[in-house]
Design a protein around this ligand. Structure first.
Ligand SMILES: *Cc1c(COP(=O)(O)O)cnc(C)c1O
Length: 372
């Protein structure tokens, strides 16, 4: 069974396979200034805040672009030009935060754990105690490059105890992993339309603690990425500054309703976890090995080590899986050869069964027997 179209399934961390109804929600045109569209933006923001139990403490600011635009906009808006960020890195997305800060001329120091080791709360506490100039800490919730779930709650406590401001890149986590603003102390949490909420790509958003955003006027170095200005304008007019991705917003609202119908965060977490468990068990049966130990697994994406078998070649493995209707994802590690399989998007038992059958067939075609 295909996803009600002829497209291959995307076993990737976004863009992901969306439902037919989410795609169909885009079959209309909206005026960016029109009350109907403004109501859609309002509903979207209310729903996102409710998902994080953050209606009373935070505001939601969407911004045009991919997820990285939202990360860069949040950093540039909240970190003053003389601020300094402690960036916790264990993969490509933590490194991108550092790169964004360099471009924007904001100071930062990093704790870089390499390809996947998680930052420990103790070393974060030490780094904060040692440098009083650090104003903010930036952390990636699920580091999508390896698939590791970082110890967000423990680090948030340390950051709070040290009186610093926490910015979380929750891009591939929000909507599938529980976030409760009453328990997790964050000043900003960032995600995008095309990850666990299962919308189409085109905008990102940040949930920002209200008084923090109120105090952020004039920080931004970029007009388009000034979330303070975007928020003020939206508050005043109900509209986005500059052309909004109208169709993407419509699809996202539909995706949010489907998220709710599936049982919200708990429902989605259960399905993604099941997808992961079945995929990992199936591939291990075939002789594949995971990069991480099970206790660091996220329900978002899993990294598998490329087999060293002489006949295994990632490119032909990929092409043959694609021909069978399944698109997997290359690895993003600097050390080991690897590939990744995503568990998010409109993937259910049938698709996981289909994927495992396709992998089995492909190994046969390549004459790769990993048990020998
Ligand atoms: C997807 C993702 C991003 C954003 O990537 P874009 O390609 O800009 O959408 C940022 N951080 C994490 C952890 C991600 O998974």
């Amino acid at each position: 069974m295909r996803n009600e179209t002829v497209d291959p399934y995307l076993l990737t961390p976004g863009p992901i396979t969306t439902s037919l109804t989410t795609k169909q929600a885009m079959l209309h045109d909206w005026g960016s200034w029109d009350a109907d569209f403004n109501a859609m933006t309002g509903e979207l923001c209310r729903r996102l805040l409710a998902l994080a139990n953050a209606e009373d403490s935070h505001v939601c600011v969407p911004v045009q672009g991919s997820g990285s635009f939202a990360v860069e906009a949040t950093l540039g808006t909240l970190v003053p030009r003389d601020g300094k960020v402690l960036v916790l890195m264990n993969g490509a997305y933590g490194q991108r935060i550092g790169k964004s800060l360099s471009y924007m001329g904001r100071g930062y120091v990093a704790i870089d754990k390499g390809d996947y080791a998680p930052p420990s709360p103790e070393e974060v506490a030490e780094a904060l105690a040692a440098d009083s100039a650090i104003s903010h800490v930036a952390l990636v919730f699920c580091e999508t490059s390896s698939g590791i779930l970082n110890p967000v709650a423990e680090i948030a406590e340390v950051v709070k105890a040290a009186g610093r401001s926490l910015i979380i890149d929750a891009m591939s986590a929000f909507g599938a992993l529980p976030v409760d603003a009453g328990e997790l102390e964050f000043d900003a949490l960032i995600s995008a339309a095309n990850k666990c909420i299962e919308g189409v790509p085109g905008f990102g958003y940040a949930l920002i603690r209200r008084p923090i955003l109120e105090g952020a006027e004039g920080n931004a170095h970029s007009l388009c990425l000034d979330l303070y200005d975007q928020w003020r304008y939206m508050e005043r007019t109900g509209q986005w500054r500059f052309t909004p991705p109208t169709h993407v917003v419509a699809a996202f609202l539909q995706a949010l309703r489907e998220h709710e119908a599936e049982g919200g965060v708990a429902g989605r977490l259960a399905r993604y976890t099941r997808n992961r468990d079945r995929t990992v068990a199936g591939l291990r049966d075939l002789g594949f090995r995971t990069l991480l130990e099970d206790r660091w697994f996220s329900p978002v994406i899993t990294t598998f080590l490329s087999p060293t078998h002489a006949n295994f070649d990632f490119r032909s493995f990929y092409d043959r899986l694609k021909a069978k209707g399944y698109i997997i994802y290359p690895g993003k590690l600097t050390q080991a050869e690897s590939f990744r399989i995503g568990h998010i998007g409109q993937l259910h038992d049938v698709q996981i069964d289909g994927l495992l059958a396709a992998v089995t067939e492909t190994l046969d075609e390549l004459q790769v027997d990993l048990h020998l």
